[in-house]
Ligand binder design. Structure first.
Ligand code: 5AD
Ligand code: SF4
Ligand code: FES
Length: 346
């Protein structure tokens, strides 16, 4: 590590601000990775503490009207196995998540028009009656739909920007507009959701400068949660022959995000674990503080295939719950007790 890198890490750790050029320099600094992660781990400890928050992930529909070039759920993927859970099935999974001790459920699907805002709102109201914190991750909707879902009691919403490079975004997500993506995120913030966003690492054409701008974007919109993941090439998609995202760069991203958004919730994601077993622990020591164990059961669990080799598809929800708790304790951390919302420290 050279003096410039040390100075940048110190600056990030103390003032939580860097320019695009400075961020890009840190993201390229593979020889400063350990020090960067150590600084992020200190900031994580000082701001969000030692608790690791678990969110029970319910993947309730694999139908999607979009056609993102990297994703196994894209509408042109004839090999995707489509399913849609019923309302009682979704509520039953939420009940199980609650019984297993998860205070928060994340209900995720492809962009499935069958689930109108009204239908989703009915399900949200029922799940809210269980006393759970509810996060939705159902893609782009109109302002009115987001309002209906918020009024039904939805607490949080996840919508990754995927990349802030408009040209890459519109090339990889054909038919989708970057402007509408921004509109969605602005709406969600205005409606009072806790907003999670994030990006993919390893998209064709993406540079460290572009990733630096992604981080500045997360800061600008004051993201409450930032989930990132490496591209995991899916052979049934047009990006099937791309190289996988660089896990070391992913780690530097996690650390840099923690330094620039000290209060944010940052998950150690399944895609990371898929490319590198043990990555979740590594990321929890490099700035991350959240995990999202899958609570989807049975066939749906393997049918929700964004990318191949997804960690834990063959495991049961009970097994993952126990496994994660053990791993968290073994690291000297604790399982989060409350809903684990965004902290406001400043
Ligand atoms: N590799 C990694 N992540 C992917 N996603 C979709 N396809 C892939 C893939 N092949 C991510 C997107 C989306 C989230 C739900 O899953 O970033 O926002
Ligand atoms: Fe659909 Fe989301 Fe996959 Fe794009 S990334 S195809 S919107 S499920
Ligand atoms: Fe699924 Fe460990 S978290 S088996």
């Amino acid at each position: 590590m050279d003096l410039m890198q040390r100075t940048l890490i110190e600056k990030a750790e103390t003032v939580h601000q860097l320019t695009e050029e400075e961020l890009a320099a840190l993201l390229s600094a593979s020889d400063a990775e350990t020090e960067l992660a150590a600084a992020a781990d200190r900031v994580r400890c000082a701001t969000v503490g030692d608790e690791v928050h678990l969110r029970g992930l319910i993947e309730f529909s694999s139908y999607c009207r979009q056609n993102c070039l990297y994703c196994g759920l894209r509408r042109d993927n004839q090999k995707a196995q489509r399913y849609r859970l019923t309302r009682p099935e979704i509520v039953a999974l939420a009940e199980k998540a609650k019984a297993a001790g998860y205070p928060t459920v994340v209900m995720q699907s492809g962009e499935d028009a069958w689930f109108t805002a009204e239908r989703l709102a009915d399900i949200v109201r029922e799940v809210k009656r269980l006393g759970l914190t509810v996060t939705l991750s159902v893609g782009e909707r109109t302002t009115d739909e987001y309002r209906v879902l918020r009024e039904a009691g939805t607490d949080r919403f996840l919508l990754r920007i995927e990349t802030t490079d408009r040209e890459i975004y519109e090339r990889l997500d054909p038919g989708m507009s970057f402007g509408n993506r921004l509109r969605c995120l602005t709406d969600l913030k205005k409606l009072g959701y806790e907003v999670g966003t994030g990006c993919l690492v390893g998209l064709p054409g993406q540079t460290v400068e572009s990733l630096a701008r992604d981080i500045l974007f997360f800061q600008k919109i004051d993201a409450d949660m930032v989930g990132i993941g490496p591209l995991v090439p899916n052979g049934d998609t047009p990006l099937g022959n791309e190289p996988p995202g660089d896990m070391r760069l992913v780690r530097r991203m996690v650390s840099a995000i923690r330094l620039l958004l000290p209060e944010a919730n940052i998950p150690a994601t399944t895609a990371m674990e898929t490319l590198q077993p043990g990555a979740r622990e590594l990321m929890l020591r490099s700035g991350a503080n959240v995990m999202m164990p899958n609570v989807t059961e049975g066939e749906a669990r393997q049918k929700y295939a964004l990318y191949p080799g997804k960690a834990c598809v063959a495991d049961t929800p009970e097994h993952c719950r126990a496994c994660m708790e053990g791993r968290i304790r073994a690291m000297g951390r604790t399982v989060g007790k409350g809903a684990g919302g965004r902290r406001h420290i400043a």
